[in-house]
Design a protein around this ligand. Structure first.
Ligand code: GMT
Length: 378
């Protein structure tokens, strides 16, 4: 199949999922066209079957806001015609589903009927999409997609609860390539900590919804009981407040802020425990990435996290904000090498449910069905 993928190319779960999906589909022989404003971060090498088309928005002083959606719709129209694309897969409803719908309508005028698959990722529904400013347009573009998917059952329930949705929503969870992971190899852990120290990691865009200060609170409680280091990966608005909190607690020497990284695997391979205490999380791809590398997870029980992090198996779940319980559970995992190894193995086992090989065919099936219907929605 010839598939166009629209996504956010920057750091963030939805862009990572879209990129990994494109790469996996290309590997299976499909022709993949990424259409976005910048080369996606994880799309380092343009390989066989992978194409990238940049959407440029010329700056015009009359516009206070440059019309990205318009440029994206136009680019989609041109690329569909030029490359005879058969299906359009948009990741994150805002504004991609809206721009995709416009492209569909423009193409229909020329008797080209292209089906659009929209994947809902989380904040496009729970935080941003639900805002009254966007809600009518988001509802419209979901209802006018040919196929709608959500990355967890929890997100499907939220979408049906928050919006007036007339379409069926298929749950297609996020996925991870397990065979590539070598969790127990030597991976330069000595650079980060001494032998007796446990390494605890958090990866996110450090936005308020991630509750990064809770990560510091949990770590503070852990380091009072056992020798430990904390690595915080990512950039975002909460970084400064967290740095200040570390200084206030006198633990700044034990906490390393690494900024954005393309080498999450290298960090995870020497990590003993991953913390994700988010307020909302439709799936928690970062937790799955950790588990696939054999890292147990302490997380909140928000949104789709209980579908990924299995309580008492791959780690533990607690109510949002319950940092005392999170620290107690972390200490259970880190208590001994025996306990840690048990949780490490269980984490990999639990991640296997989301193996790329199991999930990608679900998308292929939906594409085929959509193409057969020839994008008949409106
Ligand atoms: O977590 C973020 O803020 C980034 C966001 C995104 O759009 O990139 O992540 C969302 O999509 C990921 C991939 O499907 C999910 O794993 C995250 O749970 C989801 N984030 C939220 O729901 C807050």
């Amino acid at each position: 199949m010839k598939i166009a993928i629209v996504c956010y190319p920057t750091f963030g779960g939805s862009g990572v999922v879209a990129t990994e999906l494109g790469l996996a589909l290309a590997e299976k022989g499909h022709e993949i066209h990424f259409i976005t404003y910048k080369q996606p971060v994880r799309l380092e090498l343009l390989s066989k079957n992978i194409h990238f088309h940049e959407v440029s928005v010329p700056v015009y002083p009359l516009f206070h806001y440059q019309p990205y959606e318009l440029a994206l719709s136009s680019k989609l129209v041109d690329m569909v015609k030029l490359h005879k694309i058969e299906v359009l897969h948009v990741h994150y409803a805002i504004p991609h589903a809206y721009a995709g719908y416009m492209a569909k309508k423009i193409l229909a005028e020329e008797n080209i009927h292209i089906p659009m698959v929209t994947t809902l990722h989380g904040t496009d529904i729970t935080l941003v999409g639900n805002h009254p400013f966007y809600k009518p347009a988001v509802t419209f573009s979901i209802n006018n997609s040919d196929v709608v998917t959500s990355v967890s059952k929890s997100l499907k329930d939220d979408t049906l609860h928050l919006f007036d949705i007339k379409k069926e929503i298929h749950v297609v969870p996020n996925f991870i390539d397990i065979p590539d992971k070598k969790p127990f190899t030597d991976c330069q852990r000595d650079m980060m900590a001494s032998k007796e120290e446990r390494i605890i990691t958090h990866v996110s865009n450090l936005r308020e919804v991630k509750r990064v200060k809770d990560v510091v609170e949990v770590f503070d409680r852990i380091q009072k009981k056992i020798p430990a280091k904390l690595i915080i990966v990512g950039e975002g608005p909460e970084r400064e407040a967290c740095e200040r909190l570390c200084s206030k607690k006198g633990i700044e020497e034990k906490v390393l802020f690494l900024g954005n990284s393309n080498e999450i695997d290298k960090i995870l391979c020497f990590t003993d425990l991953f913390i994700l205490p988010s307020e909302k999380e439709s799936f928690g791809l970062a937790a799955l990435e950790a588990m696939a590398c054999g890292v147990p997870v302490i997380s909140s029980n928000a949104g789709g996290l209980p579908e990924v992090n299995i309580n008492g198996v791959s780690g533990f779940l607690s109510d949002v904000g319950n940092v005392d319980e999170m620290a107690e559970n972390a200490l259970i995992i880190l208590a001994s090498d025996e306990s840690l190894n048990k949780f490490k193995n269980q984490a990999i086992e639990a991640a296997m449910v989301y193996d790329t090989k199991k999930i990608v065919p679900l998308y292929e099936k939906l594409y085929k069905a959509a193409i057969q219907q020839k994008g008949t929605t409106n």
